[in-house]
Write a protein of this length. Structure first.
Length: 139
């Protein structure tokens, strides 16, 4: 993945697999704790920064690429500041990594020839559906 990021001049973001929405067997089989990878990145990095504006995630500056390590598990700060939209493999806009109940269908309208205005409306609808999965406790 690092080589691909170098070749494409992109930032590699490593996001830890969440235990939610997965069976226990799936999670135990595919979850990889990122601490060991972070230790390797720290050894190879020319510089390490903390992005205060992005959930205090660490950014490792390797000679040819930047690598960000993201730990969203039960992280209210991560959820509260999230501004990302993702596109699922089946063409849905996903405003939250942790939820599957607020998706907006993008693929069907695109296949039917949706214009830019319609697509903009779909993106705005997905943003409106955003609600942090992990909410900060109210005192």
């Amino acid at each position: 993945m690092i080589q691909f990021a170098e070749q494409t001049m992109t930032i590699l973001q490593l996001i830890e697999l969440e235990p939610l929405n997965n069976s226990e067997s799936y999670y135990s089989r595919y979850h990889l704790n990122l601490y060991g990878i972070e230790e390797t990145l720290k050894e190879q990095a020319l510089e390490v920064r903390t992005r205060q504006d992005m959930q205090s995630r660490r950014v490792y500056f390797l000679p040819q690429v930047k690598v960000e390590v993201i730990r969203p598990i039960e992280n209210t700060e991560f959820c509260a500041r999230c501004t990302r939209l993702r596109v699922t493999s089946n063409g849905k806009l996903k405003p939250c990594l942790m939820r599957n109940d607020n998706l907006a269908n993008l693929l069907s309208p695109m296949r039917k020839g949706a214009n830019d205005e319609e697509l903009t409306r779909l993106f705005l609808e997905a943003v409106k559906r955003r609600e942090p999965y992990y909410k900060a406790a109210k005192c």
